[in-house]
Ligand binder design. Structure first.
Ligand SMILES: [Zn+2]
Ligand SMILES: [Zn+2]
Length: 94
């Protein structure tokens, strides 16, 4: 899945966790694409966990949308590692 890797590189290729209380000390240093996930930021800083999308073709389109969005500097997506994603969900009560 090259498109996925390209989209991850576009977003900096590392976990962008900004939680003050998390499993790591200081900033998260996870850069392994196998455990990084896309996190969808929706207007006004409100964060929403993206629903999983079924099917590879749709997913490739989704990754391209992320890259397009990043090129326009919309700041709609960021990378979080699986641990931080779960931590954020727990903190948001999801
Ligand atoms: Zn992380
Ligand atoms: Zn974290």
């Amino acid at each position: 899945m090259k498109v996925k890797l390209a989209a991850m590189e576009a977003l900096g290729g590392k976990c962008n966790c900004s939680l003050e209380v998390c499993w790591h000390m200081g900033s998260c240093v996870v850069t392994d694409h196998r455990i990084l996930q896309f996190d969808h930021l929706i207007g006004g800083g409100k964060k929403e966990v993206l629903q999983s999308i079924d099917g590879a073709p749709r997913r490739a389109r989704y990754y391209r949308r992320i890259m397009e969005s990043d090129k326009r500097r919309e700041g709609r997506y960021q990378l979080l590692c699986a641990n931080c994603n779960w931590m954020k969900r727990a903190l948001l009560g999801l």
